[in-house]
Design a protein around this ligand. Sequence first.
Ligand SMILES: *[C@@H]1O[C@H](CO)[C@@H](O)[C@H](O)[C@H]1NC(C)=O
Ligand SMILES: *[C@@H]1O[C@H](CO)[C@@H](O)[C@H](O)[C@H]1NC(C)=O
Length: 312
Amino acid sequence: MAFLQERILFSGLLIFCMTAVVSSRNRYYTPPPVTHLTDYFPHLSIDQGFSNFFGGSNIQLTGNGSVANLALDKSAGSGLVSKNKYYYGFFSAAIKLPSGLSSGVVVAFYLSNADIFPHTHDEIDIELLGHDKRNDWVIQTNIYANGSVSTGREEKFYLWFDPTEEHHQYSIIWNNHHTVFLVDNIPVREFRHNSAFPSVYPSKPMSIYATIWDGSQWATHGGKYPVNYKYAPFVASFADVEMSGCIWNSKGSVSSCSKAAGVSSSDPLEGQAFVRLSEQQMVAMDWARRKLMFYSYCKDSSRFKILPPECK
Ligand SMILES: *[C@@H]1O[C@H](CO)[C@@H](O)[C@H](O)[C@H]1NC(C)=O
Ligand SMILES: *[C@@H]1O[C@H](CO)[C@@H](O)[C@H](O)[C@H]1NC(C)=O
């Protein structure tokens, strides 16, 4: 989060431009059918997958160790970091967001290597941003590559359900072909690896993080709607964690790769279900983008005099 300052600037700008907030009741839809990629992989217990990252006293495991409740209160947020670093893979968690007034609360499930590459870091973000209305959350996706923190590649969506009522699956495919963000297996965004501009694609090993933190300054119109600790603690529940792919070790080699046993199409690195979107997934992604996307950097010509190269 060292580059938070840059983000504050951008997000302030962005949020300013998107004032039209639709009432949440109007956007609950039944999504189109899609393949459940999350069914292909085993669930890890929290202990198998993660160590504490910060705010240890605000982390509680339940469900026989399969569920982590991460709390934010006045004293601290909290977070988990994966025990392994991955060089490509499929990453997923079922997340239930805190109910009540959530303005300024940020729940994140993301990949980053800022700890080992402070100046050329990569990052793939799913950030769930609490809003000033009750139970009104949005999902923000972002990609940074090779230290490109000055070019935020944000896309933001309304969710088509109330994310505080039960767990929903938030997933990331990241391989040499593309990066895909999925919500309940519906792809909402695909970012293709284009060899014409290699520096915009995350391509160094990353850890996986699950966090909750106070984004008052960053996420809410420059601090206009800060976290209201009257409603604390805010608790986000993470369950059904999946991390499958190639584990990278510090000697700089890939030490082991996991696949769903015997099903070649479910290799998250090279399986046919993972290297490109199916026709059905394209239809679903089109649905999500038409109905629910309310910001894309590729359409933000007031921010970019020249749009980033992949926006064509
Ligand atoms: C709890 O988890 C342990 C280890 O994963 C397992 O052996 C045990 O059967 C589980 N207990 C229940 C009640 O699910
Ligand atoms: C990443 O950034 C570093 C330092 O700015 C640069 O030397 C390197 O060529 C870049 N890598 C790619 C793939 O663009």
